[in-house]
Design a protein around this ligand. Structure first.
Ligand code: ZN
Length: 173
């Protein structure tokens, strides 16, 4: 059975994820499954918690539709440096379908993580990748991009999502 992407408000999305002890075939299988779900959605990043697995695992692929796929795998990602200069992207999220908002974040960040093969790595990221990494690492700590908005805007978005969830249930019944 294929796992579904959890939609806000879902209490699981607000939980803090646990680091992985080791990278084995089971983890690699999970990451491949996450990639499939992300490509199908489609999205450019997915954290394991978004499919209900409370582990610090993230997949990202920024390749364009007509380009070769370029999956990136991050296990236990930790942002060790954030630049003072900021950039703004209009962000969306697979757990907040149809919702977008301009979010300001550090324009560059440095990340320590473990890769697909279990190797420790460091990555300096900028532009879209830096924003995407920060968005995904937030997920691992139960943070969504709407948390950066005013309470009014955030409540409005959650209200819309609740309404949308109810509509989906009605169709199923
Ligand atoms: Zn997201």
């Amino acid at each position: 059975m294929k796992r579904k992407i959890l939609i806000e408000p879902d209490p699981i999305l607000r939980k803090k994820c646990e680091p992985l002890e080791k990278v084995d075939d089971e983890v690699r299988k999970l990451m491949k499954e996450m990639l499939e779900i992300m490509y199908e959605a489609p999205g450019i990043g997915l954290a394991a918690v978004q499919i209900g697995i409370l582990k610090r695992v993230v997949v990202i692929d920024l390749s364009k539709e007509n380009e070769k796929k370029n999956p990136l795998f991050f296990i236990n990602p930790k942002i060790v440096h954030r630049s003072d200069n900021k950039s703004i992207y209009e962000e969306g999220c697979l757990s907040l379908p149809g919702q977008f908002a301009e979010i300001e974040r550090p324009a560059e960040c440095t990340l320590n993580y473990i890769d697909f093969f279990g190797k420790e790595k460091e990555l300096k990221a900028e532009g879209l990748l830096a924003t995407c990494i920060q968005h995904e690492v937030d997920h691992l700590d139960g943070v969504l991009f709407i948390d950066y908005l005013s309470k009014l805007k955030k409540d409005m978005i959650i209200k819309k999502l609740v309404k949308h969830k109810k509509e989906i249930e009605r169709i199923v019944v």
